[in-house]
Design a protein around this ligand. Structure first.
Ligand SMILES: CC(C)(COP(=O)(O)OP(=O)(O)OC[C@H]1O[C@@H](n2cnc3c(N)ncnc32)[C@H](O)[C@@H]1OP(=O)(O)O)[C@@H](O)C(=O)NCCC(=O)NCCS
Length: 207
């Protein structure tokens, strides 16, 4: 017997579209979306379920599908303080996931991504399309690994950090919290908290 799984999304823009399609592929029925207001652009014809703070109206599963790392963290923390255990992670069916990897909740792993042996993906992380997370990496809460980025083995990515599209991070590197790594960068040295780095080899972006 097929069990119906109902899920609602919190946040309904570009990143959410990927989350919604992934959920549908996984057999979820999408009941609607929460956002700050009802949105004119509604490509999946979803029902507006009210502003974010009205999530307690329903008992189905939830996923915070907000692309911005800071807002995703804030909204997740607010809701999970009241609704523990309601969140799921969404792994596209094409993902290659090591059986020894650990995935926390409200994680999206998008099409074609690879998460290898003993890696740990914390709450609210986005591993985007075609990204590679090699063995023994730790991706801390609410970080985002953008499409086609590659993390070699034993890399740590700090909280809310963003690794840009196609960037490469050498094995063993530690990237701090709230770091931005530009698209296409090659990171060969540890990056302290709160920095933006770009280029090959990646250097601090000074404006
Ligand atoms: C690094 C980044 C965040 C900087 O953005 P920004 O603060 O708006 O920077 P600007 O576009 O004003 O560029 C500032 C300087 O950095 C350079 N620069 C910006 N991004 C760069 C990159 N990825 N690699 C190399 N140089 C870069 C610009 O050429 C510019 O140099 P200049 O001052 O000599 O002209 C952004 O360019 C970037 O790479 N974002 C990642 C995009 C991405 O991966 N998206 C995926 C979404 S899922």
């Amino acid at each position: 017997m097929k069990i119906q799984k109902y899920i609602s999304f919190i946040g309904y823009s570009g990143h959410a579209y990927v989350c919604i399609e992934t959920a549908q592929l996984l057999g979820y029925t999408v009941t609607g979306y929460h956002d700050f207001q009802e949105l004119e652009h509604n490509p999946y014809n979803l029902r507006f379920l009210g502003p974010e703070e009205q999530f307690e109206q329903h008992d189905g599963l939830l996923f915070v599908s907000i692309g911005d790392n800071y807002i995703r963290e804030k909204v997740y923390n607010t809701i999970s303080a009241i609704k523990k255990g309601m969140f799921v992670s969404l792994l596209h069916p094409s993902v290659i996931l090591s059986k020894t990897a650990t995935i926390d909740t409200n994680v999206l792993i998008s099409a074609g991504a690879i998460v290898n042996a003993l890696s740990y993906i914390e709450t609210g992380v986005i591993i985007n399309t075609g990204a590679i997370v090699e063995h023994e990496c730790t991706i801390k809460a609410f970080a985002h690994i953008a499409p086609r980025a590659t993390l070699a083995g034993n890399v740590t990515v700090g909280k809310r950090s963003f690794i840009g599209a196609g960037a490469v991070v050498k094995q063993g590197i530690t990237i701090g919290n709230d770091v931005v790594v530009g698209a296409g960068a090659v990171v060969i040295k540890d990056v302290p908290d709160n920095l933006t780095v770009v280029g090959n080899p990646a250097k601090r972006l000074i404006k």
